[in-house]
Design a protein around this ligand. Sequence first.
Ligand code: SAM
Ligand code: SF4
Length: 335
Amino acid sequence: MKSIIEQAKYSHSLEKNDIIHLLANSGSDELLFKTANQLREEYLGKEVHLRALIEFSNVCKRNCFYCGLRSENKKAERYRLSPEQIIATANLAISKGYKTVVLQSGEDAYYTVKILAEIIKEVKKNDVAVTLSIGEMSYDDYAVLKLAGADRFLLRIETTDKDLYKKFHPNMSYENRLRCLFDLKKLGYETGTGCLVGLPEQTLESLAEDILFFKKLDADMVGIGPFIPHPDTPLANSGAGDFYLALKVMSIIRLLLPYANIPATTAMETLHKNGRRIALESGANVVMPNFTALDYQKKYEIYPDKILVDYSKIVEELTVLGRTVSKQKGNRKGK
Ligand code: SAM
Ligand code: SF4
């Protein structure tokens, strides 16, 4: 296994069987994490990019089995931020020094493309990057938002296992998800994707396929979320994903995509008390502090006990790790 990791360090490629082997065995985990950390240092340096996350609506027409925001969860207290509130929150984040604003929501038709474009144009009057994470849309709608100034888009494939995808995403289509990702690439968005780790019935083979898919897409950003069960969803009684398995998936992605922007995800931090530090030392170079007003943040309950990421604590922690907060927008390097 040592030689697989050594070889991948230079070739940035791995066979599916080798990935499965790495995921199934723990003997070389320390070497894997160390190598991913070395590659992050070599390709991207010590800088960590902080992205201000603004969760502007928890209304969603979709019904993903794992997510607390699914439309059939009648217990969720829904909210929407007005365009003015969204712009004010973004401006506050910018005044604090953030160089990227991430606008995230459920799939909420209240925000027409026209409204979204106006919000983006307003935020882009500042020298910042705007990332959207608002779900599936048509090519034309993605094009309008790109023209309005959006720079990046996050849309996880969630799982490349078509049977699992179908099972956990009623009335959604895997093919359309793929179409969205390739449209985003074509339109020039920096495109982020990712998967959930620990979904019921998910196999190591399907995780290996997920990893190879990110490489094939040449994803600019990859977010790995260990699955955390939400009590008001059909997966309430399923066990949570394994933190270390999610960490291994993340580190292997660093081996294959040395320039990609990879966050220490909130789900990782939620599952493990030192999750952020461990992820940052195993290949991650991005943190997404939540900038949503606290009242709304609590209602944006994708899964329970979501950690509240405290900005000053992050800076303190980065200093201890010998890392620095980037003052740049943090576009994907190496293109
Ligand atoms: N609605 C948009 C979408 O689905 O792309 C953006 C918001 S959605 C809440 C963001 C991400 O939350 C999803 O891509 C999914 O991977 C993650 N998520 C949802 N439920 C989760 C859970 N129970 N555990 C971990 N991550 C979860
Ligand atoms: Fe909606 Fe996204 Fe949650 Fe699915 S994951 S229910 S699309 S908010």
